[in-house]
Design a protein around this ligand. Structure first.
Ligand SMILES: [Zn+2]
Ligand SMILES: [Zn+2]
Length: 348
């Protein structure tokens, strides 16, 4: 099969791989939708071996991209039970593999495993291909009501947004400022609005702000047009937001999230890479501020997100501005790299 590999320096290639065969405990999925996630841009833009740039470990040889897999079970290996992975079942993948026996792995947080992990689509073969082989334990059922593309989004970007809102204990009483309205930020806007919160959306792209408003934000702010912290305070009786979320990963964006939060507020960082410099006394201590890091979600958190989206009939499919065939990957990533459009997905 032909599959997409990030070569670094904004190049990708279609390389030939053998169709995978499942070993013991493994399944092969026929991929139906494979999403494009913001963190893919880090690997796409990397000088060389982008996975190391995010501290995700080394790779050996070319790795198939795509860490938002969704498809159907096509083949199962020895020891895989029929309840675990029925042939034809519609599934998502929790896109990490750990040791399987440590505390983190046992509670569904295999990405936290200290024994070393595989991140599918980054350090292990991902979903930008017709077939993908994973351990049966990584499968998360896709509710019948959800499309394959929604399942792909939940497998990273939308699931990450949901996980961050859960970490923040967001409630309908809260006002949340969400910095960055790319695929994760826009998902967070959509989900937080569905949870009843007032959402203030920030982004430098007018197109993305318009989409945030359509997804339920009560106000939008372009940080380049003025002081974004003052703008957040104007919308919150001078106090700042109860909760803030940075999805941008940019130092300036993180500072807006910290300074835009009210006293006793909470801040969550999900954007990958880069750094931030804080004036700890002023920015944190004097405000009794809580700062949370949130890295994606557990297997059960992924299933919970899918259930929430299905029960509330949340239009996750509306995140996608572009649906591509896999052979259009060069054009698809070139457009995504501009970071002004919505989310893209490959449909197989
Ligand atoms: Zn483990
Ligand atoms: Zn991702």
């Amino acid at each position: 099969m032909k599959a997409v590999v990030f070569m670094g320096e904004r190049k990708l290639e279609f390389l030939e791989f053998a169709d995978p065969a499942p070993g013991p405990g493994e399944v092969v999925l026929e991929i139906k939708a494979s999403g494009m996630c913001g963190s893919d841009l880090k690997f796409y833009r990397a000088a060389k071996n982008g996975s190391q740039a995010l501290g995700l470990g080394p790779t050996s040889g070319p790795v198939i991209a795509g860490h938002e897999p969704c498809g159907v079970v096509a083949a199962v290996g020895a020891g895989v039970g029929t309840r675990e992975a029925p042939i034809g079942a519609r599934v998502m993948v929790h896109h990490y593999k750990g040791c399987g026996v440590c505390q983190h792995c046992r509670v569904g947080w295999s990405q936290l495993c200290a024994e070393g992990i595989v991140v599918y689509g980054v350090t292990g073969h991902g979903a930008h291909a017709r077939f993908m082989k994973v351990p049966a334990s990584t499968l998360v059922p896709l509710p019948d009501a959800l499309s394959f593309e929604t399942g792909a989004a939940i497998s990273c970007g939308t699931g990450t947004a949901y996980g961050a809102l859960r970490r923040l204990n967001l409630s309908g009483r809260d006002t949340i400022a969400i910095v960055g309205q790319g695929p994760v930020g826009l998902s967070a806007t959509q989900l937080a609005a569905a949870m009843g919160a007032r959402v203030i959306a920030l982004d430098v792209s007018a197109e993305r702000l318009a989409r945030a408003a359509a997804f339920g934000a009560i106000a939008t702010i372009d940080p380049a047009a003025g002081d974004p912290v003052a703008a957040i305070k104007d919308l919150t009786h001078g106090l700042g937001a109860d909760l803030t979320l940075d999805t941008s990963g940019a130092p300036a964006g993180r500072l807006v999230a910290v300074r835009g939060a009210r006293t006793w507020g909470s801040v969550c960082f999900v954007g990958e890479g880069d750094s931030v410099t804080l004036d700890v006394s002023r920015d944190m201590l004097r405000k009794q501020l809580t700062i949370i890091g949130s890295w994606t979600f557990s297997t059960t958190g992924q299933a919970e997100c899918a259930g929430f989206v299905a029960d509330r009939k949340i239009a996750v499919d509306d995140l996608f501005t572009h649906r591509w065939r896999l052979d259009q990957a060069v054009e698809a990533y070139r457009l995504f790299d501009a970071q002004s459009s919505g989310k893209g997905v490959f449909l197989m």
